[in-house]
Design a protein around this ligand. Structure first.
Ligand code: MG
Length: 327
């Protein structure tokens, strides 16, 4: 088996502002593996607020392939080797995991959802993301998201009510709210959620800091809106820790280590009757299409990344009626 790693800077169409800060793009690492004439791709996305970098991803993957000649007759063996190789490094593992699923699906002449024994429908609605911005840019993003039935609004800054009111001047569409841990005080969070309750909001994602377990539990007991865990749930074993503090989870391939772990996380969440959102970092069509293979298991997807970036090198994603098409 041959492999090649390349780094890439995925640029946003407009600078993207969330509670963590503003940036112009995201570092990616692409992996290409070639065996028996079959070429497959994987991707790691490295937003700056997470510990992994393009360097750590390349080091991990180089070390992994040096120690393991992949068993390309059996995907389970290959995945087990990968996920047991060093702790952490979830985006790096996701990169290899995505490429492996891609390779085995191509070998069998099927799509990844078929390889996993899943269906490609019914397809849940995909949210269209509205980052923070001034009045003009917020209202322009609502227009950009015209084809989508649900908009996802980033809050957790100084003027959250103003952002919602500005959006409500131009649309009555249901909104999902993502606070990105931006509300530090539980009383403030509860007041905000009560205010949002009258604003046609589907759910509030990660209102409080991820390690604030007691306050999250308190907030969940009193919240009139469903709460979704993002930063507070990374890998399958985290689900049990948050099951009483949230109503659902945001599964992202980059957080948990790829498709196989993502599938486990979703099944763990369903065991506790939690809602499932399939989310993403800012990723190219390569990783987004990998996550979309699990769409039929989700209540919503947040896989609009390719629409927000201007140099996506994997133009493989199609959207129809506000949903990601899974062929
Ligand atoms: Mg989030």
């Amino acid at each position: 088996m041959q492999y090649k790693l390349t780094t890439f800077f995925l640029e946003f169409k407009t600078p993207f502002k969330i509670a963590h800060g503003t940036r112009n793009g995201t570092d990616l690492v692409f992996l290409e593996i070639v065996q028996n004439g079959i070429v497959a791709h994987g991707e790691a996305s490295l937003p700056p607020y997470l510990p992994e970098t393009t360097e750590t991803v390349q080091t991990f993957i180089g070390a992994f392939f040096k120690q393991h000649s992949l068993d390309l007759t059996n995907i389970s063996n290959s995945l087990q080797q990968l996920h047991n190789f060093q702790p952490g490094n979830f985006a790096a593992k996701a990169c290899v995991d995505i490429a492996l699923h891609n390779w085995f699906a191509k070998k069998d002449g099927v799509e990844v959802w078929q390889l996993l024994g899943l269906k490609n429908g019914p397809l849940p609605p995909c949210t269209f993301t509205i980052g923070m911005g001034d009045k003009e840019s917020l209202q322009q993003k609502v227009i950009d998201g015209n084809d989508f039935s649900i908009l996802k609004v980033k809050l957790g800054g100084e003027n959250d009510k103003q952002i919602i009111s500005t959006i409500r001047e131009v649309t009555n569409k249901p909104l999902c709210v993502d606070v990105n841990q931006g509300w530090k005080d539980k009383m403030f969070a509860l007041d905000m959620i009560h205010w949002l309750h009258d604003q046609n909001i589907i759910f509030v994602e990660q209102p409080l800091p991820k390690n604030n377990f007691d306050d999250s539990l308190w907030l969940h007991e009193l919240s009139p809106l469903p709460l979704i865990a993002d930063e507070a749930v990374q890998i399958p074993s985290d689900v049990v820790k948050i099951k009483d503090s949230f109503d659902g989870v945001n599964m992202k391939l980059m957080k948990c280590g790829g498709i196989s772990e993502g599938l486990k996380l979703i099944r763990e969440a369903r065991k506790y009757h939690l809602k499932v959102l399939i989310g993403s970092m800012s990723e190219s069509g390569c990783a987004i299409s990998a996550a979309a293979q699990l769409s039929s298991l989700a209540d919503w997807t947040d896989l609009d990344g390719p629409l927000l970036t201007k140099n996506n090198p994997f133009d493989v994603i199609n959207y129809k009626d506000g949903r990601v098409v899974v062929m």
